[in-house]
Design a binder for this molecule. Structure first.
Ligand code: G3P
Ligand code: CA
Length: 273
């Protein structure tokens, strides 16, 4: 796309809730994602990992110790083990086991990707999803296979021609993104960057990648990189943008999406609430 199409503007920036509205509610729980939808986020971000029995769950760390009252690696636990735990009390939001209504018990339980897809399907408005594959190379394609299987089940792997894709897959691993493109070519892929490798300095990314995902640190240190990526044909989704000065910088540079732990505050800063 040409330089003329790259236009900054608060209303063109998509606001993506990072791990849900994770500043206000425990990350990666239904509570956090419900809050993000209520807040008006355009999209939800989640990390996915495989359990020992092959379920994709939304957990950031390799182990569950930080975000639950249990211990161990996700990959060594079955979904039933995880379902018995509380993923809310570390942030002061304990699951009320006595709660009569299932909704309140579920809101701080482990969240499967399938349940999150169900939440989005019931949102009553368009909410996009950005799924990040964590440590995918350890699983020889199983994470991507399972992910695509689920997206197919929900009809999200092949949007009608011309329709904006409802789901994108993000990863720091180019190999993981390649696997996704082979299995589901219509699903856009986001190449996440913590630093800029020499081969990507001119804005070129791994073949087939449509969206660049630089960290806010990259954008702060190399603001002209955004335009370089866009000139090379990529959209730019920046993470994790929580500070008002960073929001302002990203808008000024014309980034396409802001991934934030504070969707409500960012939407308010953008004049959208
Ligand atoms: O949205 C990308 C960002 O989430 C990558 O970092 O560690 O929060 O998964 P991390
Ligand atoms: Ca992530």
């Amino acid at each position: 796309r040409s330089d003329r199409d790259i236009r900054p503007g608060p209303h063109t920036v998509s606001v993506v809730a990072h791990r849900g509205a994770s500043e206000d509610a425990p990350e990666h729980t239904l509570a956090a994602y419900r809050r993000a939808i209520e807040d008006g986020a355009d999209a939800l971000e989640c990390d996915v990992r495989l359990t020992a029995d092959g379920h994709l769950v939304c957990v950031h760390d390799r182990r569950i110790d930080r975000t639950s009252n249990g211990r161990g690696a996700v990959s060594g636990l079955e979904l039933a083990d995880l379902a018995a735990l509380d993923f809310g009390s570390w942030k002061g939001q304990a699951t009320d086991k006595e709660a009569p209504d299932r909704k309140s018990r579920d809101s701080t339980s482990v969240l499967t990707l399938e349940r999150l897809l169900g939440l989005i399907a019931d949102a009553g408005r368009r909410v996009e999803l950005a799924v990040e594959t964590k440590h995918p190379t350890r699983w020889a394609g199983q994470v991507e296979d399972r992910l695509i299987q689920l997206l197919r089940r929900y009809g999200l792997d092949a949007p009608p021609p011309g329709a904006p894709p409802p789901v994108r897959v993000m990863s720091f691993s180019a190999r993981s993104l390649h696997r996704v493109r082979i299995a589901a070519p219509a699903v856009p892929t986001v190449y996440l960057m913590q630093f800029v490798l020499p081969r990507h300095r001119d804005g070129q990314l791994p073949p087939g990648v449509r969206i660049a995902g630089p960290s806010i640190r990259i954008v702060r240190n190399h603001p002209t990189y955004v335009a370089r990526l866009q000139r090379a044909g990529h959209r730019v989704h920046v993470w994790t943008v929580d500070e008002p000065a960073d929001v302002e910088l990203c808008v000024r540079l014309g980034v396409d999406a802001l991934i934030t732990n504070r969707p409500k505050q960012v939407l308010s800063q953008l004049g959208r609430s």
